[in-house]
Design a protein. Structure first.
Length: 208
Protein backbone atom coordinates (compact mmCIF):
# COMPACT_ATOMS: atom_id res chain seq x y z
CA UNK A 1 0.00 0.00 0.00
CA UNK A 2 1.41 3.37 -0.97
CA UNK A 3 1.94 6.06 1.56
CA UNK A 4 1.16 9.69 0.87
CA UNK A 5 2.97 12.67 2.28
CA UNK A 6 1.08 14.63 4.90
CA UNK A 7 0.76 18.31 4.10
CA UNK A 8 1.49 20.23 7.28
CA UNK A 9 0.55 23.78 8.14
CA UNK A 10 4.24 24.70 8.12
CA UNK A 11 4.60 23.45 4.52
CA UNK A 12 1.55 25.52 3.55
CA UNK A 13 2.91 28.70 5.11
CA UNK A 14 0.47 28.61 8.03
CA UNK A 15 1.23 29.01 11.72
CA UNK A 16 -0.88 27.94 14.70
CA UNK A 17 -0.73 30.27 17.68
CA UNK A 18 0.69 28.50 20.75
CA UNK A 19 -1.59 30.48 23.04
CA UNK A 20 -5.08 30.51 21.46
CA UNK A 21 -4.72 27.93 18.66
CA UNK A 22 -5.66 30.30 15.82
CA UNK A 23 -4.18 29.21 12.47
CA UNK A 24 -3.06 32.19 10.41
CA UNK A 25 -1.18 32.86 7.18
CA UNK A 26 1.80 34.69 8.66
CA UNK A 27 5.55 34.64 9.12
CA UNK A 28 7.29 33.55 12.34
CA UNK A 29 7.74 36.50 14.67
CA UNK A 30 4.53 38.25 13.65
CA UNK A 31 1.76 38.90 16.17
CA UNK A 32 -1.36 36.74 16.46
CA UNK A 33 -4.34 38.91 15.45
CA UNK A 34 -6.54 37.27 18.11
CA UNK A 35 -4.46 37.19 21.33
CA UNK A 36 -1.44 39.34 20.32
CA UNK A 37 1.05 36.53 21.10
CA UNK A 38 4.24 36.37 19.03
CA UNK A 39 3.90 33.52 16.52
CA UNK A 40 6.38 30.64 16.35
CA UNK A 41 6.43 27.70 13.97
CA UNK A 42 7.67 25.31 16.65
CA UNK A 43 8.35 25.51 20.37
CA UNK A 44 11.99 26.63 20.78
CA UNK A 45 14.35 23.83 21.91
CA UNK A 46 11.37 21.54 22.45
CA UNK A 47 13.30 18.26 22.36
CA UNK A 48 16.20 19.52 24.47
CA UNK A 49 13.89 20.79 27.21
CA UNK A 50 11.75 17.65 27.07
CA UNK A 51 14.80 15.37 27.43
CA UNK A 52 16.17 17.47 30.30
CA UNK A 53 12.87 17.29 32.19
CA UNK A 54 12.51 13.56 31.49
CA UNK A 55 16.02 12.88 32.79
CA UNK A 56 15.29 14.84 35.95
CA UNK A 57 12.03 12.90 36.36
CA UNK A 58 13.82 9.56 36.03
CA UNK A 59 16.42 10.63 38.59
CA UNK A 60 13.67 11.51 41.09
CA UNK A 61 11.50 8.49 40.26
CA UNK A 62 13.88 6.01 41.89
CA UNK A 63 14.17 7.71 45.32
CA UNK A 64 10.44 8.52 45.18
CA UNK A 65 9.76 4.78 45.32
CA UNK A 66 12.68 3.79 47.55
CA UNK A 67 12.69 6.51 50.21
CA UNK A 68 9.95 6.58 52.86
CA UNK A 69 6.84 8.44 51.78
CA UNK A 70 5.83 8.87 55.41
CA UNK A 71 7.25 8.43 58.89
CA UNK A 72 4.93 7.18 61.65
CA UNK A 73 5.95 7.72 65.27
CA UNK A 74 3.96 6.03 68.03
CA UNK A 75 4.40 4.37 71.39
CA UNK A 76 5.56 1.27 69.53
CA UNK A 77 8.43 3.15 67.91
CA UNK A 78 9.10 4.77 64.54
CA UNK A 79 8.10 3.21 61.23
CA UNK A 80 9.03 4.37 57.75
CA UNK A 81 6.76 3.39 54.86
CA UNK A 82 7.47 3.64 51.14
CA UNK A 83 4.83 3.64 48.39
CA UNK A 84 5.42 -0.05 47.74
CA UNK A 85 5.26 -0.98 51.42
CA UNK A 86 1.92 0.82 51.58
CA UNK A 87 0.69 -1.16 48.57
CA UNK A 88 1.79 -4.41 50.25
CA UNK A 89 0.11 -3.40 53.51
CA UNK A 90 -3.26 -2.69 51.88
CA UNK A 91 -3.04 -5.87 49.81
CA UNK A 92 -2.31 -8.12 52.78
CA UNK A 93 -4.92 -6.39 54.94
CA UNK A 94 -7.70 -7.20 52.48
CA UNK A 95 -7.95 -3.86 50.62
CA UNK A 96 -6.78 -5.18 47.25
CA UNK A 97 -8.74 -2.54 45.32
CA UNK A 98 -7.04 0.32 47.15
CA UNK A 99 -3.68 -1.41 46.78
CA UNK A 100 -4.16 -1.68 43.00
CA UNK A 101 -5.27 1.98 42.82
CA UNK A 102 -2.18 3.19 44.65
CA UNK A 103 0.14 0.99 42.59
CA UNK A 104 -1.44 2.07 39.29
CA UNK A 105 -1.59 5.79 40.00
CA UNK A 106 1.64 6.17 41.96
CA UNK A 107 3.95 3.64 40.26
CA UNK A 108 2.63 2.43 36.92
CA UNK A 109 1.16 5.62 35.45
CA UNK A 110 4.25 7.83 36.04
CA UNK A 111 6.44 5.09 34.58
CA UNK A 112 4.24 4.79 31.48
CA UNK A 113 4.23 8.57 31.01
CA UNK A 114 8.02 8.66 31.19
CA UNK A 115 8.35 5.77 28.76
CA UNK A 116 5.86 7.18 26.28
CA UNK A 117 7.41 10.65 26.20
CA UNK A 118 10.88 9.11 25.85
CA UNK A 119 9.64 6.98 22.93
CA UNK A 120 8.08 9.98 21.17
CA UNK A 121 11.17 12.14 21.68
CA UNK A 122 13.42 9.34 20.40
CA UNK A 123 11.29 8.80 17.29
CA UNK A 124 11.55 12.50 16.46
CA UNK A 125 15.29 12.51 17.10
CA UNK A 126 15.64 9.60 14.64
CA UNK A 127 13.35 11.45 12.18
CA UNK A 128 11.05 8.45 11.94
CA UNK A 129 8.17 8.82 9.50
CA UNK A 130 6.39 5.63 10.52
CA UNK A 131 3.10 5.43 12.43
CA UNK A 132 2.73 9.18 12.77
CA UNK A 133 -1.00 8.93 13.48
CA UNK A 134 -0.43 6.37 16.23
CA UNK A 135 2.31 8.49 17.80
CA UNK A 136 0.07 11.55 17.70
CA UNK A 137 -2.64 9.54 19.50
CA UNK A 138 -0.08 8.45 22.11
CA UNK A 139 0.75 12.06 22.88
CA UNK A 140 -2.94 12.95 23.20
CA UNK A 141 -3.28 10.12 25.72
CA UNK A 142 -0.30 11.47 27.67
CA UNK A 143 -1.92 14.92 27.64
CA UNK A 144 -5.20 13.44 28.89
CA UNK A 145 -3.45 11.55 31.69
CA UNK A 146 -1.48 14.69 32.54
CA UNK A 147 -4.71 16.50 33.42
CA UNK A 148 -5.18 13.97 36.23
CA UNK A 149 -1.57 14.02 37.41
CA UNK A 150 -2.42 15.64 40.73
CA UNK A 151 -4.50 12.53 41.49
CA UNK A 152 -1.13 10.83 42.07
CA UNK A 153 -0.39 13.22 44.92
CA UNK A 154 -3.91 12.83 46.31
CA UNK A 155 -3.58 9.04 46.43
CA UNK A 156 -0.23 9.31 48.20
CA UNK A 157 -1.80 11.72 50.71
CA UNK A 158 -4.61 9.22 51.21
CA UNK A 159 -2.08 6.50 51.88
CA UNK A 160 -0.29 8.71 54.41
CA UNK A 161 -3.56 9.14 56.26
CA UNK A 162 -4.57 5.47 56.22
CA UNK A 163 -1.50 3.26 56.56
CA UNK A 164 -1.19 2.03 60.14
CA UNK A 165 -3.06 5.06 61.47
CA UNK A 166 -3.37 5.38 65.24
CA UNK A 167 -4.79 8.04 67.52
CA UNK A 168 -1.50 8.08 69.39
CA UNK A 169 0.61 8.21 66.25
CA UNK A 170 2.33 11.20 64.69
CA UNK A 171 2.49 10.94 60.90
CA UNK A 172 4.91 13.09 58.93
CA UNK A 173 5.72 13.22 55.24
CA UNK A 174 9.02 11.55 54.41
CA UNK A 175 11.59 12.58 51.77
CA UNK A 176 9.94 10.25 49.26
CA UNK A 177 6.85 12.49 49.23
CA UNK A 178 8.86 15.47 47.99
CA UNK A 179 10.55 13.29 45.38
CA UNK A 180 7.20 11.96 44.22
CA UNK A 181 5.77 15.46 43.92
CA UNK A 182 8.83 16.42 41.89
CA UNK A 183 8.22 13.53 39.48
CA UNK A 184 4.60 14.61 38.97
CA UNK A 185 5.54 18.24 38.28
CA UNK A 186 8.48 17.39 36.01
CA UNK A 187 6.48 14.95 33.87
CA UNK A 188 3.76 17.58 33.46
CA UNK A 189 6.37 20.12 32.36
CA UNK A 190 7.97 17.58 29.99
CA UNK A 191 4.63 16.96 28.29
CA UNK A 192 4.04 20.71 28.06
CA UNK A 193 7.51 21.28 26.56
CA UNK A 194 7.06 18.58 23.92
CA UNK A 195 5.88 19.94 20.56
CA UNK A 196 3.66 17.28 18.92
CA UNK A 197 3.92 19.04 15.56
CA UNK A 198 7.45 17.70 15.31
CA UNK A 199 5.87 14.26 14.84
CA UNK A 200 4.40 15.37 11.53
CA UNK A 201 7.49 17.14 10.18
CA UNK A 202 9.19 13.94 9.06
CA UNK A 203 6.05 12.84 7.20
CA UNK A 204 6.55 15.64 4.65
CA UNK A 205 9.34 13.61 3.03
CA UNK A 206 7.37 10.34 2.70
CA UNK A 207 7.38 8.79 -0.74
CA UNK A 208 4.21 7.60 -2.46
Amino acid sequence: MSRHAVVTAQASGLIACHHCGLVVDAEPGQICPRCLTRLKERKPDSLARTWALLLASVILYIPANVLPIMVTTSLMGTQRDTILSGVIYFWTSGSQGLALLIFTVSVLVPLLKLGTLAFLATSIHLRSSRSVHQRAKLFRIVELVGRWSMLDVFVVALMVGLVRFSNLAIIEAGPGAAMFGGVVVLTMLAAHSFDPRLIWDSSETDDD
